[in-house]
Design a protein around this ligand. Structure first.
Ligand SMILES: Nc1ncnc2c1ncn2[C@@H]1O[C@H](COP(=O)(O)OP(=O)(O)OP(=O)(O)O)[C@@H](O)[C@H]1O
Ligand SMILES: [Mg+2]
Length: 243
């Protein structure tokens, strides 16, 4: 397989074409961004840790029958994925209230949802990724009713798999964001599942292992991603672990 030209350079990942029509290479960079890229830093080892973290989670999800774009890890920072026609929506499930939800609705941090809460956000950096309803998505043709229903179902299915996977590692899955895309008429989970796009806390102490450490200047950002990775049994070469 040959890596071709760069087709998309996002805030944290770069996407390359390959000589395989349906496959792309996704590269996790060391960039960290928050608050719609107002805050930006490079964090050593981030790309590598996220690449291994994502590969591990995507493989666990695939083993439970949740279709996703992940094919294989190519090296420390790059993975081969299916080329999806991405839907411009973010699917969020919240088990515990945190982040934007607390601000928006005045809910106390840590409020436990009896039934997990699902939200759609419209992916548009210029608009600040606003919360939208199914009606908005239909009215603007971002996805059809069947696709929206499937995205919601799959996002909840991911919750069932990952809540218990993380619980076994002494970690609370607070919330997470997923992106989906179309592949030959079927919906696949795409993008990434890493501590950049979820909130994960130590089940006992509520120590934060995710991007909130970066947002809130808590320090030791990648060290804490790695605590979660280690607990989940994610391994990577010793050489790659040292800075
Ligand atoms: N399998 C895939 N096929 C095609 N595009 C993908 C795939 N997986 C992820 N992408 C896209 O790759 C882009 C780069 O990722 P990154 O997260 O760095 O972007 P971003 O800065 O968050 O921008 P965006 O707001 O568009 O997500 C994103 O637009 C994402 O939707
Ligand atoms: Mg992104």
């Amino acid at each position: 397989m040959q890596i071709g030209r760069e087709i998309n350079r996002g805030k944290t990942k770069t996407i390359y074409e390959t000589d395989l029509k349906d496959k792309l290479v996704i590269e996790f960079r060391d960039d960290a961004t928050a608050f719609n890229a107002l805050k930006h830093q490079r964090l050593a080892r981030k790309g590598m840790v996220n690449n291994y973290f994502n590969a591990f989670i995507m493989e666990k999800l695939a083993a439970k029958g949740i279709l996703n774009h992940f094919e294989s890890r190519l090296n420390d920072t790059q993975s081969l994925v299916k080329r999806l026609d991405m839907i411009k929506l973010e699917c969020v499930v919240r088990n515990i209230a945190a982040g934007s939800l607390c601000k928006r609705l005045g809910i106390e941090l840590g409020y436990n949802f009896e039934t997990p809460l699902f939200e759609f956000f419209y992916k548009d950096d210029a608009l600040g990724d606003p919360l939208v309803t199914v009606e908005h998505a239909l009215a603007f043709g971002w996805a059809n009713a069947q696709e929206l229903a499937t995205m919601r179902e799959l996002t909840f299915a991911v919750n069932t798999v990952l809540k218990s996977l993380f619980a076994d590692a002494g970690i609370l899955l607070v919330d997470y964001k997923l992106e989906f895309g179309r592949f030959h008429g079927e919906l696949f989970l795409g993008d990434e599942f890493t501590p950049d796009g979820c909130r994960i806390w130590d089940a006992k102490t509520r120590q934060i292992f995710d991007k909130d450490r970066f947002r809130q200047d808590l320090g030791d950002v990648i060290e804490n991603y790695e605590i979660a990775a280690k607990r989940l049994g994610i391994t990577y070469p010793a050489a790659a672990q040292t800075t």
